[in-house]
Design a protein around this ligand. Sequence first.
Ligand code: UGA
Length: 450
Amino acid sequence: MGETVMRIVVIGTGHVGLVTCGTLAAIGHSVTGLDSDEEKIATLVAGRLPFVEPELDELIARATGEGRLRFDVEAPEAIAEADAVFICVGTPPLPSGEPNLIAMERAAEIAGRYATDGCVIVEKSTVPAGTAERVRRVIARVRPVGRGRVDVASNPEFLREGHAVRDALEPDRILVGAESEHSRAVLRRVYEPLVARGYSLIETDINTAELAKHACNAFLALKISYANALAQICERAGADVTAIAGVMGADSRISRSFLDAGLGFGGSCFPKDLQAFERLSARLGYEFRLLREVMLINEDAISAVVSKIQDELWNLDGKKIALFGLAFKPGTDDVREAPALALARRLMAAGARVTAHDPEAMRNAKQEVPQLEVAPGALDAAAGAHCVVVCTEWPVYRTLDLEALEAVMAYPFVVDARNIYDGKVMREHGFVYRPTGRPNVDAFRANVSP
Ligand code: UGA
């Protein structure tokens, strides 16, 4: 691999940035991760990760131990020596729904100021089409005379939280948007070890690469909303949405993945990217109504759960509701835009007492919703509850002792917003069971006459 070792700087050590640091070092490059947040860098230098991500800690520990990865607050000299600078800063939504690109501008300024001749400045953060042009202008504004030229390229990331290292080391595809032979050549060299292992690299122009990232996330979100809309019809028609997803998924043109109906999508990507894509389209003169509908169906998924609870429990005032799972999906402690937290807020506003459990995300959830009560175990959360809502499909809830659950609850009522339980089993255990887009179970109760 000798001559393919590249000197790489990664600006931003959030999820995408740290995974980029770890994986580029793992495939043999020499990487420096930069972040303006001193506390974050101190945590990383001390060998700890600021979030939960499987495999990433070992990857980073190995790379730092072998001297292929280091972290710093500011390192003009590392940028000056870099063959490529990857910008992996956050692009959080503004109140308008458009992404806040100020961190992008700051990173472009730093890279543009210190990079030397031939360096390629690569956008990895998810940004609207047209951002590279703004980045070029920022660089032109700050770049000292006589420092040579730099190129701008786009290399969107398709990693999923909780699966990020595998997604980066075994990618479905690597996407490179570049407009000069030089930048294409540099990025080919960066990814050469993965291409040599058989992973495909798709090259496009920069606008296409930027847009492709939004197109992928929006399409995946669309699949989820399609499944959630389908679940509504299934509940009314007495059909089973999971079985339908299986039938649809058997068609290779459709594929089974991202057709799980439930509480809807959350996280730091789909909600933000959908909004940003919709705003970008509107700015470019196209009303992308489909995307707005995808967002509305996603919000409806939470209302549907609230209605199911109210249908069964009537008034929520004084009722105790237990939430199983707070993270926006299993395998992470991330609660950004988590549907479970939106549901908790809605239930509390209606007067319910909400207690929650999550294997990883309770600390983050408490920061977001301080009045939320949390319990050390699922059964502790469910003790005395009139309803349990499965919000995140953590494995620990799938294997829960249902007899014990039925015994600790004040009323054995489960709303399964992730379809993890089997209706037949729930009936055997005496639950009133409300899955999503699947047949209800009403336990037989002989203690009240009609
Ligand atoms: C998503 C994309 O999957 C990645 O490809 C992309 O790189 C990333 O965004 C990004 O833009 O950075 P991520 O946000 O980690 O990744 O989460 P996903 O695994 O895609 O799940 C998103 C949400 O959809 C979760 O809340 C999950 O519970 C929900 N979901 C997923 C469903 O409700 N149903 C499904 O069938 C699948």
